[in-house]
Write a protein that binds this ligand. Structure first.
Ligand code: NI
Length: 436
């Protein structure tokens, strides 16, 4: 079993009893943390094969990106500054129609590369050709909850649901447990209640969860209410969605009854502030949702509505946006937004017993940030630095499941040039097909 010792000037553990340790170390055996404490405090018989980190490093749990569409990296900056439905119907969906399994693989590889370089160690994904996304996750060493995107009203909606079921059966628990699989009904306005009931039945049978977009736009809120006499959240509650583990992406347009349902049913909320801003969807009432006791993680959404997968940017935006929205500078303080990006994010993915904290017994999913940067000095408050000042290029080392995926900013599991070359090939072919 491999043994790794990680040293850092500061450890943000996110563990309730011991949030910050100055001059600390983490001992890792295999894929698990066995000790966290001051430097020199690891068990005397622990003989590391490798030591990483050192002076000027800050260690913390890796970021959990609770909502994305990995292979949409291929559509980054392909279509921008358009209304949501025009953007989807005229640009995104026609481009996606030509995407092959191979395109999805390289899109997912680019996603994993970007995430490793920006400190994300786990993500929840919803898209097509998920077996190829799973291969990318396996190869790169990332951790992921993967679900096949399902459009119930599409001609192939029933077939897609069967594919999702096969995918869950084949890949749930794959890559040594780094891959979890869920079902991915897109949204209430593309998946009618009868279809989602079938999804719920399948997910229940297979003991897994559901990843869905909910209450994203004002249009959705109004259309669903007009058709069913209920909000999206209340409609989903009435058919039993929240009896299963759920990742509810967005949750922007909510009434008080919706918030109570999400809190009571312990639904996982993926707050995606940059996507909500870019698509002008609105501002999620995160402060109010959190006060209700609901579980809120952060997500980037796909690269075509963000346009990157950078969780540090998402942290900055999440906290600043709540302050602006509530006109309250104490809203979503640094510690809370960090909790959302790590520990609560793990809970949204159903992995709160495994990741999200630097704690003995937890999986070793963590990052080292190089604090030897002008914008990170002096070090009055490490958490505030992460929430307001750090950028992804400060991430030095990324470790998932005890494996070092990036050290000294060099990614060890991916040939970067190969990925860029393949992405160029895929996109030039897709563009020529889109022009036909
Ligand atoms: Ni999305």
């Amino acid at each position: 079993m491999s043994r790794l010792l990680i040293k850092a000037d500061n450890l943000i553990t996110m563990d309730n009893d011991n949030m910050i340790i100055n001059g600390g170390e983490i001992a890792v055996e295999g894929n698990r943390i066995i000790h966290v404490g001051p430097q020199g405090s690891s068990p005397a018989d622990f003989k590391p094969e490798k030591v990483v980190g050192g002076d000027n490093m800050l260690a913390m749990p890796g970021f959990v990106n609770c909502h994305t569409h990995a292979s949409m990296t291929l559509l980054r900056s392909y279509a921008d500054d358009l209304p949501l439905m025009k953007w989807l119907q005229e640009k995104i969906w026609p481009f996606e129609d030509n995407m092959t399994a191979e395109d999805n693989y390289w899109g997912a590889m680019l996603c994993c590369l970007e995430m490793i370089k920006s400190g994300t160690t786990a993500f929840a994904d919803m898209y097509m050709h998920m077996e190829r996304a799973a291969e990318a996750v396996k190869k790169t060493g990332m951790r992921a909850s993967l679900s096949r995107g399902l459009i119930g009203i599409a001609p192939h909606g029933a077939q897609a649901l069967e594919e999702n079921r096969d995918f869950v059966r084949e890949y749930n628990g794959a890559a040594g447990g780094r891959i979890n699989c869920m079902f991915g009904p897109h949204a209430p306005y593309t998946c009618p209640p009868e279809y989602i009931k079938q999804v719920i039945e399948y997910a229940g049978e297979l003991g897994t969860g559901i990843h869905i977009h909910l209450a994203e736009t004002q249009t959705e809120y109004k259309d669903i209410y007009d058709e069913y006499g209920k909000t999206s959240i209340q409609l989903m509650d009435s058919i039993g969605l929240f009896e299963l583990p759920v990742i509810a992406a967005h949750c922007v347009h909510l009434d008080d009854a919706d918030i109570k349902i999400l809190a009571d049913k312990k639904a996982g909320i993926a707050h995606c502030p940059e996507s909500n801003m870019k698509l002008a969807s609105g501002i999620a009432p995160v402060k109010k949702i959190m006060e209700s006791g609901a579980v809120v993680g952060l997500g980037t959404d796909g690269a075509s509505s963000n346009n990157n997968l950078d969780m540090l940017e998402e942290l900055h935006c999440a906290t600043l946006l709540q302050k602006v929205d509530t006109k309250d500078p104490t809203a979503l303080p640094a510690c809370e937004v960090l909790t959302s990006a790590t520990k609560k994010g793990a809970e949204v993915l159903g992995l709160q017993q495994e990741i999200g904290m630097l704690k003995p017994g937890y999986k070793a999913d963590l990052i080292l940030i190089n604090m030897n940067k002008p914008h990170l000095r002096p070090l009055h408050n490490p958490m505030a630095h992460i929430a307001y000042a750090a950028s992804s290029s400060d991430i030095d080392t990324t470790i998932v499941d005890g494996q070092v995926l990036m050290e000294n900013r060099r990614v060890l599991t991916i040939d970067e040039d190969e990925v860029y070359g393949k992405i160029d090939e895929c996109t030039s072919r897709l563009l020529s097909e889109a022009a036909k």
